[in-house]
Write a protein that binds this ligand. Structure first.
Ligand code: GLN
Length: 377
């Protein structure tokens, strides 16, 4: 690329060493890194399994010990879900906290860059370097990041109120994920209350309308004219068709079709318009929860890392894996995944903690406290 993203410039200015770029699902669309334009990445904990996605390369590289920290983008879970599958920490900051200048846009109202690290302290350190106002990204907040980020203060966890949405503990949740998560809550001695937020069941359907709609528009520029490679033809429309047919991957094409369909004149109100309204209601419902509770707590993913190829035949099943992560993107709030134990096969289980908008520091402090408590004994 002809220039660096702001996050890279900021890391380099703090003497960060950029080792390289890692593998991912094409245009960050996917949950397993199997939709990579290259080859799939494997999970270093069990190489017959996926590392999650779309930032599968970033998570597996940290998990295997090749680098201490990496970056990913989280539009619907792509930092937290691979972190969970690979047994490391993944943090999605509040929408607008980290500049996206230099990032290839997927769904502009959802995208956020975040760190993947071996522990919460390292994630907080990287976050404190990359976060903050950037004149090149108009969505970044003016408020300075709360300093000092390090050391993170200890919080009085006994007084923290955690909400556990019952909607997240039903169908589709792997038994051993539920057991490991429940055991971790006990071990960390967290005060949890069950709550019900009926709107939560719409998070995945709303996400899979809004994200494809925005991406179909963002990816229109990859038509062979200005960006990327071109298939030549004397006819302009044919050149677009040949180029996009040949060079875009199967999942990206599927989403362009969904996205252009839900935005098309006859269906706009029925699909995109409705999803936008549902997103507002969902956000309101979440803000309501934060009137009474400090954090929402749930597993990061309904299952642990699955086998390569296992979900490729059924896109819907793949999408349903995003059931706990998409909420934070739709509501623009910060969320983190920390390892909280292992399932019966020794695969890592992630605990997700979600906080109110701009409570990134408090969220990191809470996550670090839980991390410490889970390590004890
Ligand atoms: N798995 C989600 C998707 O496929 C999330 C992707 C992301 O956060 N980049 O859209």
């Amino acid at each position: 690329p002809p220039y660096n993203a702001t996050v890279i410039e900021r890391l380099v200015s703090e003497d960060g060493i950029i080792v390289g770029k890692t593998n991912m699902d094409e245009f960050a669309m996917g949950c397993s890194t199997e939709y990579s334009g290259f080859k799939p990445t494997r999970n270093p904990i069990d190489i017959t399994r996926v590392p999650g996605g779309s930032s599968g390369g970033s998570a597996s590289t940290v998990s295997s010990g090749a680098v201490p920290v990496s970056l990913g983008t989280d539009t619907g879970g792509s930092v937290r879900q691979p972190a969970s599958f690979c047994g490391v920490v993944g943090f999605k900051p509040t929408y607008g906290r980290v500049s996206r200048y230099g990032l290839v846009a997927f769904a502009s109202s959802l995208d956020q860059i975040g760190p993947i690290a071996r522990n919460v302290g390292d994630a907080a350190l990287v976050y404190s370097v990359i976060a903050g106002k950037d004149e090149y990204d108009a969505t970044t907040f003016d408020e300075p990041i709360e300093n000092p980020f390090l050391p993170l203060n200890n919080i009085d966890i006994e007084r923290v109120r955690f909400a556990l949405p019952v909607e997240f503990f039903g169908e589709g949740l792997q038994c051993s994920v539920r057991e490991t998560f429940t055991y971790a809550i006990k071990k960390a001695n967290l005060k949890v209350n069950e709550i019900s937020v009926p709107m939560l069941k719409y998070a995945v359907p709303v996400y899979y309308i809004i994200a494809p709609a925005e991406m179909s528009s963002n990816l229109a520029r990859y038509d062979g004219v200005r960006y990327g490679i071109r298939e030549n033809s004397n006819d302009l429309i044919e050149m677009y068709e040949l180029t996009r047919t040949k060079y875009l991957g199967v999942e990206v094409k599927r989403r362009i079709m969904i996205g252009t369909f839900v935005l098309s004149a006859g269906y706009y109100e029925a699909y995109f318009g409705k999803a936008a309204k549902a997103r507002r209601l969902l956000t309101d419902a979440i803000e309501n929860v934060f009137e009474k509770y400090d954090f929402i707590l749930c597993p990061t993913t309904p299952t642990t890392a699955f086998k390569l190829g296992e979900k490729l035949k059924d896109p819907i099943e793949m999408y349903l894996g995003d059931v706990y992560t998409t909420l934070a993107n739709l509501a623009g709030v910060p969320a983190i995944s920390i390892p909280c134990g292992k399932d019966e096969q020794g695969l890592p289980v992630g605990m997700q903690i979600i906080a109110k908008k701009l409570m990134d520091k408090k969220l990191l402090e809470c996550a670090r406290e839980i991390e410490l408590r889970l390590k004890e004994g």
